[in-house]
Write a protein of this length. Structure first.
Length: 204
């Protein structure tokens, strides 16, 4: 019995020690877990703040770009802010887009000669309309003295153009291709004249 007592006491001490160790590590694990949650929670908050800041900055930049674009559009559309060269360049750019469609219709889509004649006439009318638009822009921007000289030159060009059209069509006199040839010649000459007129607006 006396020998058993120390063993019992030793067991009790060991159990007590184990319990303390277990409690110690359990407490330590709890502290570590709490610290981990605090760290993760802090990181999430920082991430949320960073995302919110980024979204705010992105929204601000987007609004700033939109405002800038709007101002540019206003300056671009405002007739007072455009030079003659700018206005004429816009007309030519638009005409070139339509020219591509008209040529595609003439060379790729038209099947019968009548359809080719119609497509060629549309091409001629396109550049004739563009010339009239460019002329109107010059009338608004050039001095009366410059326009007087330009009108005289324009009349000479019209006579030259008509003569060239007649000469081009004469080879096909009475044939079904004559209207197409005349229109294509007129379109080519008128397109070139548009670019000649554009030169009068350089720097103005």
């Amino acid at each position: 019995m006396k020998r058993a007592l120390p063993a019992i006491l030793l067991s009790a001490v060991m159990l007590c020690s184990c319990s303390r160790v277990q409690n110690y590590y359990s407490s330590l694990f709890d502290e570590i877990g709490q610290m981990r949650e605090n760290i993760l929670g802090s990181d999430q908050e920082e991430t949320s703040e960073e995302e919110e800041t980024y979204e705010t900055e992105e929204l601000f930049e987007t609004e700033e770009v939109y405002e800038t674009s709007t101002e540019d559009d206003i300056l671009y559309e405002g007739s007072d802010e455009q030079t003659l060269s700018d206005s004429i360049a816009i007309e030519i750019s638009y005409a070139l887009e339509q020219n591509t469609e008209a040529e595609n219709k003439l060379y790729n889509e038209a099947v019968t000669q009548w359809e080719m004649n119609v497509a060629a006439d549309e091409l001629y009318q396109l550049w004739d309309n563009t010339l009239n638009n460019v002329w109107a822009i010059l009338e608004e921007g050039l001095s009366e003295e410059d326009m007087a000289a330009l009108r005289e030159e324009e009349q000479e060009w019209i006579e030259y153009k008509e003569a060239q059209i007649e000469e081009a069509g004469a080879e096909y006199e009475g044939g079904s291709m004559q209207p197409m040839v005349r229109s294509m010649e007129g379109a080519e000459l008128t397109k070139a004249r548009v670019y000649d007129l554009a030169a009068y607006a350089d720097g103005k």
